[in-house]
Design a protein around this ligand. Structure first.
Ligand SMILES: Cc1ncc(COP(=O)(O)O)c(C=O)c1O
Length: 427
């Protein structure tokens, strides 16, 4: 599943001892495995191979330039959702034609930047956006290639904050209105309205919602073609699950078994936008134990990482498996599961230093005894970890390290107190 494993009682990333990395670069620290990124990308490429898809890595999941460079090397295309993400992808020298740009609120400045760059596809989410894009493209004397993002009103059965394909969410244009949008804009000379885009949420650990949303979108394609609108491309979005606790997510092959037959021989360019399924288990967050304390029956392990580094537990009640980097008594976890309760462990909450009760990384976990200075690993933190981090409580953001075989390379320096204030100084 990934390249993080215990060797001689200590966690390793590929061939490097995580203790050594943490002592060298400090904590909190994100550690990524290059090999895992490559394996996960390859599995998707192989599983969906019969469709010859464009795999547009979802930059929001982990946007470090060095991670983008690994994926570029693998032949990935890129899904961006802001001018900032666009700038990152251009910075690593990606062919702009390999960029697709989604998001409900693209500013004129962002649209102009994307038109200047000459990106491949705008995934447009409303009539007003389409009108604005057409006007700006006309001023650029160019034709913008557009996929209309549709909202299929399908329940992905995931957290309500990451549900994006239900009618009441802000995303896309509902299927009923989509045909009208084509009628209104298809003849506009500044846009080529040639694709449909659909993304229903994340993580989607059931395959049926994907099947349902793709079937609905294909139905629209048939309807549109009868009205003379030729659709050349379907972008089925991201949202493929990852293993946070055991084996809860379908594999790339499982998803593909059901999705590929729907799209094969349809004469459509197929695009996917995976983020989490590539990055979640390709990265971990390493923290140091600062203190332990009790309150009544409750025991706390207080570490130097916080909701500012990994907000998923606070924001989504998400589960992340946590275990010491070098557990006392060589207590190696047989699996990373929510139910794990080994003899000699104690029930604790793992919390951070931020002044919020919501600042926790794990609740009610059976952990081997931890002492001050012990390192703790929070697994599956590669996606929506660093990229959602903040400086709240004036905490400098963590450093990031990428491991390749025997080598651990710093790919983002730890922020300093100087970084916290540099943009605010008046002179
Ligand atoms: C439009 C779009 N595509 C792709 C993704 C990536 O999702 P995931 O990281 O779950 O694959 C997202 C994230 O929610 C998204 O909004």
């Amino acid at each position: 599943m990934d390249d993080f494993s215990y060797i001689n009682g200590s966690l390793h990333c590929e061939s490097v001892n995580v203790q050594t990395i943490a002592r060298k670069f400090g904590t909190p620290l994100f550690v990524y495995s290059r090999q895992t990124i490559i394996d996960h990308y390859r599995k998707i490429a192989e599983a969906f191979g019969p469709l010859d898809p464009r795999i547009c890595y979802s930059v929001k999941s982990c946007s470090n330039l060095n991670i983008l460079a690994v994926l570029k090397e693998m032949g990935a295309s890129f899904d961006v959702v802001s001018g900032g993400e666009l700038a990152r992808v251009l910075e690593v020298g990606v062919d702009p034609k390999r960029i697709v740009y989604a998001g409900v609120s693209k500013t004129d400045r962002e649209i102009n930047a994307a038109l200047d760059a000459g990106i491949g596809w705008f995934n447009v989410e409303s009539e007003q956006e389409l009108e604005t894009l057409a006007n700006l493209a006309a001023k650029h004397n160019t034709v913008a290639q557009v996929a209309l993002r549709v909202n299929p009103d399908v329940d992905p059965q995931t957290h309500r904050h990451t549900t994006t394909g239900k009618r009441e969410t802000k995303f896309g244009v509902d299927l009923q209105r989509a045909a009208n949008v084509f009628e209104e804009f298809a003849k506009n000379p500044a846009i080529k309205l040639a694709g449909l885009h659909v993304h229903i949420g994340s993580p989607v650990n059931r395959i049926e919602p994907f099947v349902e949303s793709i079937k609905k979108t294909l139905g629209l394609i048939v309807q549109l073609s009868k009205s003379g609108h030729a659709i050349t491309s379907i972008n089925i979005g991201g949202g493929y699950g990852a293993h946070y606790s055991g084996e809860e997510a379908p594999t790339a092959a499982d998803y593909a078994t059901h999705i590929v037959p729907l799209l094969q021989d349809k004469n459509l360019t197929v695009m996917l936008e995976p983020g989490r399924s590539i990055m979640a288990n390709a990265g971990v967050l390493i923290a140091e134990t600062i203190f332990k304390k009790s309150s009544g029956d409750k025991k706390f392990v207080i570490v130097d990482a916080a909701m500012t580094d990994l907000i998923r537990p606070a924001l989504y009640d998400a589960f992340h498996f946590a275990w010491p980097v070098a557990p006392a008594g060589g207590m190696i976890p047989p699996r990373r599961s929510q139910e794990l309760k080994l003899e000699g462990t104690e029930l604790v909450d793992i919390v951070g230093p931020v002044c919020e009760t919501g600042d926790f990384l794990a609740k009610d976990r059976w952990l081997p005894p931890m002492s001050r200075g012990d390192l703790l690993c929070i697994f599956s933190a590669g996606a929506y970890g660093f990229s959602m981090s903040s400086q709240y409580n004036s905490r400098p953001r963590a450093a990031e390290v990428l491991v390749h075989g025997h080598e651990a390379k710093l790919i983002r320096k730890r922020e300093t107190y100087e970084d916290l204030v540099a943009l605010e100084r008046q002179k």
